[in-house]
Structure formats: C-alpha cells, structure tokens
Design a protein around this ligand. Structure first.
Ligand code: GAR
Length: 226
C-alpha cells in the first residue's frame, strides 16, 4: 500500500528531491501523482521531470482571484488521483475550500520551530533575532498560515555569526530527513489529530542512525531509513 500524494512547489525543490529519493529507496510508502508549481522557473519541475513524474504549472497570476486559483489547484490535485497533499516550499496560502477538500491530509514543512517565526524568510528572522536554537517543523495544514497540528520538529544550534544562509543550510539538512518521515507516518496511518496535538501510533521500528548528524534534537525520533 502506498499513499498517492500530490506535491506542491514554488522553488528549488530540494525537499521534493528528498521525498523522491526516499520513495525510490523503498522506505517511504507513498507515490507522487503530480508535482504542481505556481512558478514557471521552479527548479522543482525539472527535478520531477528527471524522475518521470507528471508536472503541472499553475501560475497564480493567470487567475482572476484567489478562489479561482484554488479551484484550479484543487482540480489538478484531484485529477491526479492524490489522496494527500504535500507542500514542499509552496509559497501560497491554501484557501478554505482546498483545505476542506483534503482536511487532515495536507502537510507543510516550515523552516522554524513553530509557533516561532511563521511566514516568509523564517531562517533570516531566527538568525536576526539571535535565538540559539532554531529548526524546522512539519505540520498539518489548516486555513491559517503555518498553524496546524505539529507532526515532527527538529532543532539545531543557531550561532552568533549565522545569517539566513548558514542557519538555513543547517536547518535544511534536517528538513530533508523529517519531511519524508512525516509523510511516511501519514501514509501508513500512524498519525491521528486530537485538537492541536498529533499522536504517532507506536510501531516496532528500529531508530535511524544519527551518528553522522550534526548536533540536533528530533522529536518524535526518526526511524531507520530516514
Ligand atoms: C524550505 O526551506 C521550506 O521549509 C520553506 O521553503 C523552502 C523550500 O525549499 N518553506 C516555507 O518557508 C513555508 N512557509 P525547497 O524548494 O528546496 O524544498
């Protein structure tokens, strides 16, 4: 059993690549039905094509308003056969109709320890604020920005000389591990939502080897292969 997922992108697609790689490794129980971008120049589209995945370009500027855009996006996702939606650097807020159509089946990754630093340029916000611990969050998507129940978070050190790029690089390394893991948990039916909280059903899985990882805290713990 693999979960059919649509991946929405706007940029480089390095998280998309990590998801593709774990699927191709045979550890992530999902298959990508379509990669949809709102930006023509998104390198994520080339990554998808390199792996023979279906792609669609839906530039939001081509639509008269948000609801028309959302309807087109929802149609593209539905027509692909997706049963869940993964936002991988998709820099648009989804409308209420879209969220309702895939309620509790949309995941997002955000490069900050939510609820800190929601919104744009989170890595730069964190570096500028002077936090000493930063990180990334995978969460379910609701109608509000970067708001839904949290699935997994990863924390890394933030250093005084960090800028958005250096801190963002450290965070990104862990984004590429926690996002495929979270999607796998969704795909295998191990996540349940209770108000603001997500529960992960336990499984008799070996934990990931973290020997090569930089200093970090990942919770819940990563499992082998991620
Ligand atoms: C990632 O850092 C992701 O967390 C962030 O955009 C980047 C996309 O990179 N998403 C957000 O900021 C969402 N609020 P990628 O295209 O290389 O995966």
């Amino acid at each position: 059993m693999t979960l059919p997922v649509a991946v929405l992108v706007s940029g480089s697609g390095s998280n998309l690549q990590a998801i593709i790689d774990r699927i191709e490794d045979g550890v992530l129980a999902a298959r990508i039905t379509a990669v949809v971008s709102n930006k023509a120049e998104a390198y994520a589209l080339a990554r998808a094509q390199n792996h023979g995945l279906a792609t669609a370009l839906l530039p939001h500027a081509a639509f008269p308003d948000r609801s028309a855009y959302d309807a087109a996006l929802l149609a593209a996702v539905r027509d692909s056969g997706a049963e869940a939606v993964v936002l991988a650097g998709f820099m648009r807020l989804l409308g209420a109709d879209f969220v309702a159509a895939y309620r509790d089946r949309i995941l997002n990754i955000h490069p900050a320890l939510l609820p800190g630093f929601p919104g744009l340029a989170a890595q730069g916000q964190a570096a500028g604020y002077g936090v000493t611990i930063a990180g990334a969050t995978v969460h379910f998507v609701d109608e509000k920005m970067d708001n839904g129940p949290i699935v997994i978070q990863a924390a890394v050190p933030a250093l005084p000389d960090d800028d958005a790029q250096s801190l963002g690089g450290r965070i990104m390394t862990l984004e590429h591990r926690i996002y495929p893991q979270a999607i796998h948990w969704l795909a295998t039916g191990r996540l349940s939502i209770h108000g603001r909280k997500t529960r992960l059903a336990p499984a008799d899985m070996p934990k990931a080897d973290m020997a090569d990882a930089m200093p970090c805290l990942v919770s819940p713990a990563l499992e082998a292969g991620f």
